[in-house]
Design a protein around this ligand. Structure first.
Ligand code: NCD
Ligand code: ZN
Ligand code: ZN
Length: 405
């Protein structure tokens, strides 16, 4: 056991030998994430506890396209991936842009969700007043400033300004804004002196600009999706054109490496779980998007194993920072048990997402979710000799995080 524990420490703290003492005798001035590491890590047959992960960027396709995913399958996939809370995007059909459509989404979620959640509202051309009133029920305001899947796109900057002026100051604004559009979104954040969170950053120029903006004190935060950390244009031939479609597009290996090199600028890892069926992906007009809920944690734990990332880095970006940025309540008695040493192969057939494919099919990873506990109840368990776990949470047991103060 001791050998295994020591191996574990070597794995999860690059240069860990020097830190072993810290784990048991924390120095008086300890960073919050180190403190977290100290409190949460237990050694029980090589298992490790993480807090319930929070994914601030998830597309469940209900209402409107339940054949791709619905609240039941999507939240099952979340639990299997170690996520106990998902913030869901408004580009559904109908899109979530007013009280009526929000009520439809709330109804679907309250009857079917197996993990906790909150709904984003979508900024449209005529709804800034109404959305401001609905804000307390929302995860945040989502602004689509570039072209992507779904009907929500705002081109006219006067509309951006209206939403920035009306949306309550204490509530998050998230922008799909690529390259120079992103620069425009950051300018608005500076002009209105209010936070903006940039979704799925993928380019070197973007992460460098966000670094500069942060250095100037602009209230910008950002997220990166695992597919932009682990895939690039080099993977497109193997994936095939349709399956490789995603927005932002897979970027060059130089862009991918720039994200890793600027890890400290990245506040969150968000999956941008965007399920479409294989039939759709392989069609003449393939929609952009990858599923990601069930592959994010294993991929990132593999990076921890390889020394690219520390466990503190991971927990900060998948729990601590999203909770702070989106003002989410604590989920008491909630955790994820992981075997950090388990080696296994990602296979679409073992996943719970309805879309039934993954761009990471066949990847060998290290680190596996064994069990998930949400508000004191076991909600997921991996069986013996299988890589497909059992979902134990019932549909409707998930809670709307905005109903919890
Ligand atoms: C997303 C989708 O399918 O809803 N697609 C994607 O390629 N990321 C939309 C989005 O997040 O921009
Ligand atoms: Zn987007
Ligand atoms: Zn998205």
């Amino acid at each position: 056991m001791l050998v295994r524990e020591l191996m574990f420490l070597q794995l999860f703290r690059p240069g860990a030998a020097a830190c072993v003492g810290d784990l048991f005798l924390p120095p008086p001035k300890i960073e919050p994430s180190r403190l977290y590491f100290f409190i949460w890590n237990i050694f029980d047959k090589g298992k490790m506890k993480l807090p319930g992960l929070i994914d601030p960027h998830v597309h469940l396709r209900e209402p409107g396209a339940a054949h791709k995913e619905d609240w039941d399958t999507g939240t099952a996939a979340a639990l299997a991936g170690g996520f106990t809370a998902v913030l869901t995007m408004p580009n559904t059909n109908p899109p979530i842009i007013n009280a009526q459509s929000l009520a439809i989404a709330e109804q679907a979620a309250s009857s079917k969700a197996r993990c906790d959640y909150a709904h984003y509202l979508g900024a449209g051309p005529h709804n800034s007043h109404e959305l401001a009133e609905l804000a307390p029920r929302a995860a945040g305001l989502k602004m689509y400033l570039d072209n992507t899947y779904g009907p929500l796109r705002l081109d006219d900057m006067s509309l951006w300004m209206e939403h920035f002026a009306r949306w309550p100051r204490g509530m998050p604004i998230v922008a799909h804004a690529e390259s120079r559009t992103m620069a425009g979104g950051i300018l608005l954040s500076a002009l209105f002196d209010r936070p903006v969170h940039i979704a799925h950053v993928s380019l070197r120029e973007e992460i460098l600009l966000i670094r500069l903006a942060k250095e100037k004190g602009i209230k910008v935060t950002c997220e990166v999706a695992p597919h932009h950390l682990f895939l690039s244009t080099d993977d497109l031939p193997a994936l095939g054109a349709g399956r490789g479609e995603v927005r932002p597009r897979l970027a060059s290996p130089v862009d991918r490496e720039a994200l890793w090199a600027n890890l400290e600028v990245i506040d969150c890892f968000a999956t941008d779980h965007a399920p479409h069926t294989l039939e759709e992906k392989d069609s003449f007009n393939p929609p952009p998007g990858f599923p990601g809920l069930e592959t994010a944690l294993p991929l990132l734990l593999t990076a921890v194993s390889g020394g690219r990332l520390s466990l503190d880095d991971l927990v900060a970006r998948m729990h601590i920072n999203p909770r702070r940025i989106f003002s989410l309540p604590e989920q008491p008695e909630t955790w994820v048990e992981v075997d950090p040493l388990a080696e296994w192969e990602i296979r679409a057939e073992n996943m719970h997402t309805r879309c039934a494919w993954t761009p990471f099919d066949g990847w060998k990873v290290r680190g596996q979710v064994q069990r998930v506990v949400l508000r004191g109840r076991e909600v997921y368990r991996l069986g013996e000799n299988t890589d497909r776990g059992e979902i134990r949470a019932s549909p409707g047991s998930g809670r709307n995080l905005r109903d919890i103060s």
